[in-house]
Design a protein around this ligand. Sequence first.
Ligand code: F6P
Length: 342
Amino acid sequence: MKIGILTSGGDCPGLNAVIRGAVLKGDKIYGHQFVGFRWGWRGVVEGDFIDLPRHRVRGLSKEGGTILGSSRTNPYEGERGGPENIQRMLDENGIDAIIAIGGEGTLTAARRLADEGLHIVGVPKTIDNDLEATDYSFGFDTAVGIATEAIDRLRTTAESHQRCMVVEVMGRYVGWIALHAGMAGGAHAILIPEQPQSIEQICDWVQQVRDRGRAPVVCVSEGFRLTTMDEAYSHKGLDAFNRPLLGGIAEIIAPMIEERTGIESRATVIGHVQRGGAPSAFDRVLATRLGLAAVDAVDAGQWGTMVSLRGTEVIDVSITDATRRLNTVPPHRYEEAKLLFG
Ligand code: F6P
C-alpha cells in the first residue's frame, strides 16, 4: 500500500512523532510505502507531496512543529477541492489511503471525505484537548507545561511589584489548558469559556488575595467571556473554516480589574509559545502510539475512524463520534478548582 500522511490545522508538539510511528510500523510490519502531503489539505488538493522513506523520520519524535508543514486549507474549497478531484489525484499517484492528523476542523473534513468513499483514517491532534472520544490529545500536556512555567515566572515578578497578573492561555472554546495550567501554577482565579463570570466576582477573588498580602494571578482562557458578553472576544477575523480567531480577553480584563480594585494589573498573552518547541515525554509517547495504531487502522480498512486514547489504551472510534460535540470541562472539575480561588 502507498499511504499519504498530512498534518493540518494549527500545529502542535507531537506531530512529527505520529509521522515517525506510522512510517516505522508501516515499513517494518506491513511493507507499506509513505508519502507526506505538504501544507495539510493544501498538498492533497494540489497533489503536492514528498516521499517519506524510513530514514526521513529518523530522530523525529523529539522535534516540534511538523516536517510536512501545515495550513488551515479547507479541502472542499477551490477548483481542485472536493472528493472527486481528490480521489482522481490519489488514483493518478497510486496513493491508496490518507492518514489525516488534525483537530476538529481537519477531522470534520476527513469524515465528510470518508463518507464520500475516500480511504481516510484520522489522528486527533490539538493542544486545546477539545475533541470528544479521546481522553487526551497529544500537544495538550506540552502546552500545559509551557503555560505553567509562564505562570510560575509571572508570579515572581508580580510579587516583586505587588501587581495583579492576568495570564491568557489558548484553548479556543474549552478551558482545559487554563484549568490545568492554572491549577498547576496555583492561580488565584481560573476563567474558562464553560463558566462565564462577572467582573465583580473576579475582582472579589483578586481583592481577597491582595488582602492577604499576595500578588494575585488570574489565568484566563482565550474563549472566556464575562457575563456581560454574548460571545468570546475576537478581533482577528475568521479562519479558513469560518471560525473566529480568538485572543486578547486578558487585555480587556486587566484594566477592568485595575480600575475597580486600584491594584496595578498587567496582561500577558502567552500565545503561540504554547504550540512551539519539543513535545513533553507524555506527548511523545502518546503521539507515537497513535501513529502506530493509525497504520493498523489503515491496514484493516477502518475508513472514517480515528485512533484515540481511552484510559491508557489506544482504540478506534468513528470520527463522527469524535466531532459531534466539544470535549468541554465538566462543571464538577471547575467546582473542584474553584475551592482554591481567592
Ligand atoms: O486550536 C489550536 C489553537 O492554538 C487554539 O488554541 C487557538 O485559538 C488557535 O489555534 C490559534 O490559531 P492560529 O495559529 O491560526 O493563530
